[in-house]
Design a protein around this ligand. Structure first.
Ligand SMILES: O=C(O)C(=O)C[C@]1(C(=O)O)C=C[C@@H](O)C=C1
Length: 271
């Protein structure tokens, strides 16, 4: 199995790929999420692992757009507990650190910790582990990385502060992407959809009522602009349900009411 991820060994995407596919899978590493999407679209890799939302920092909105634009399919999801650690070249003290680099989502998750260190600038970088690797290889002083304990071990950095995420209970939801829908050997209980409704008074309220009356639990709703129709909105919706048949009926109802539905994926909830 060829698996595409953003980031290098020691990154959280790498951890998820190993947890899901074992050490036997062949992991291709990319710098950006766009490259991951492209590799699945062009069938260079069979599946991709992509972070989509975090319990502290929120949704990674551009990734929804990538799934939509490349017409990819969501095959499943995975929730990973995330622990962030501040790491530096061995021997450095926190008073000697003036810059910390990491993935933007990781920085968002640790913002509160750095309020006590206003001297330290926080700078976006490609992924958590790449910064750790760079500090180790180039022996960079004065710079810290925010990354996992595994990254500190791999790149032999010293951890100055453990678990610096704003709350201890921190999860990132990853999705598993493919080019085509497989033939499922399960009945899905969760779906990711893009729903476009008419820009009329009450249309969103009607959509939500239809879902709730049919026991479709809304686990996520995110409005996104419709690029070719300024000020019209579409919604990315994740919904969980017990009855697949009722879920299909709701989709048909939305279409009967003049809405458009694009199904990104139907899968098993991992929670
Ligand atoms: O930089 C990494 O290690 C990643 O795997 C990326 C990423 C993300 O995209 O959200 C993954 C999980 C954490 O929430 C922080 C960063």
């Amino acid at each position: 199995m060829k698996i595409a991820i953003q980031g290098i060994p020691g990154s959280f995407h790498h951890q998820v790929a190993i947890n899901l596919f074992g050490k036997g899978g062949s992991i291709s590493t990319y710098r950006t999420f766009e490259e991951v999407a492209k590799s699945i679209y062009s069938e260079i890799d069979e599946v991709g692992v992509m972070a989509i939302e975090n319990s502290i920092a929120g949704a990674i909105l551009p990734n929804y757009e990538l799934i939509d634009r490349y017409g990819l399919v969501i095959l499943g999801e995975y929730y990973l507990p995330i622990s962030h650690n501040l790491m530096v070249l061995p021997g450095q003290r926190i008073s000697e650190i003036f810059e910390v680099r990491s993935h933007p989502m990781a920085l968002l998750q640790c913002k509160i910790f750095f309020q006590d260190y206003p001297r330290i600038s926080l700078i976006d970088d490609v992924d958590t582990a790449t910064v750790a690797k760079r500090i180790a290889e180039e022996k960079i002083k004065g710079l810290g990385a925010i990354a996992s304990k595994t990254a500190a071990e791999i790149y032999q950095l010293e951890i100055l502060a453990e678990d610096i995420q704003t709350v201890q209970n921190n999860f990132t939801r990853f999705i598993i992407l493919g080019k085509q829908k497989g033939i499922p050997d399960f009945i899905p209980n969760k779906a990711s959809l893009k729903v476009t409704i008419r820009n009329e008074k009450g249309s969103l309220a009607k959509l939500l009522t239809l879902m709730s009356e049919n026991d479709l639990d809304l686990s996520k709703i995110q409005s996104i602009p419709v690029i070719d129709k300024p000020w019209d909105y579409a919604f990315f919706i994740d919904t969980q349900f017990e009855n697949y048949h009722t879920y299909i009926q709701v989709l048909n109802k939305i279409i009967e009411n003049g809405g458009e539905v694009k199904v990104f994926g139907e899968y098993l909830s991992n929670r």
